[in-house]
Ligand binder design. Sequence first.
Ligand code: NAD
Length: 296
Amino acid sequence: MTRVAFIGLGNMGGGMAANQARAGREVMAFDLSAAALEKSAAAGCLIAGSVSEAVASADAVITMLPAGPHVRQVYADQILANAPKTALLIDCSTIDVESARAVAAQARAAGFRFADAPVSGGTAAADAGTLAFMVGCDEPDFASVEDIIAPMSRVTMRAGEHGAGQAAKICNNMVLGISMIGVCEAFALAEKLGLDGERFFEIASKSSGQCWSLTTYCPWPGPVPTAPSNRNYEGGFATSMMLKDLKLAQEAAAKAGAATPLGATAEGLYALFDRLGGGSRDFSAILEMLRGKSPG
Ligand code: NAD
């Protein structure tokens, strides 16, 4: 039986670890939160007393932690010193490219195989095992990474070498953040011009304004029944999470010397919406700020 150590059982990791257990793997789970541990135990995971204990006899170690500093610390202090060298190490957190490359270099120097494998899809996809994974790893390791990820995944794509998974994730989400604001501005303008929102949707979705933010995730309530705009922008992908990813993109752009002026503007607008109280709402709720409505 494949033994998987799972570190970080929060909104995303809880469902992902449960899917590993459901697939018949022995999951040794650890989180700092007692409530998260209880939930994972109920989902069929074994509970470890520490990261070191969780990874001690693992075939694979999966981390799903908040940000770069958490990943750096857990790897340096606990995983690299205690996991068997044969263990495949996979970090699924969304973190900065620099941290991903630094952790990969440390892992490789210590004799491990490592992959950065951030995900696209929210908590519903984590629970359902239908996340999309973007992987940065050595080419020969990809098949093993894919196999470990399979119970949590709808699609797994190799982006390139270490750090490329994180690069793909932040570039994709920068497109999404910018395009959502573009679609929202167009709806706000259409409204001011007296153009019916549903009619604008029908026309733009068959014209060159067509994009995912419009036709799959429409911020205007009505035309796309599954979009968060129809449930008061609850659930979905929180503004605070979009803001985190846009900040990562801006940091990466500054370090790499890339010009991303629309990414910077999108970050500023989501930061404003967050400060106005919209942080926990779906990111498409930024439409309300652009329509001059209170976000709360
Ligand atoms: P979360 O805050 O719910 O979960 C993180 C968990 O890590 C918490 O339970 C926390 O207790 C645990 N943790 C922190 N430090 C730890 C340590 N040293 N040892 C063990 N456990 C520790 O966050 P989340 O929503 O599950 O997101 C996790 C990652 O996935 C983030 O990087 C996020 O950006 C990314 N992500 C989230 C979503 C989403 O919709 N929530 C979507 C895609 C990607």
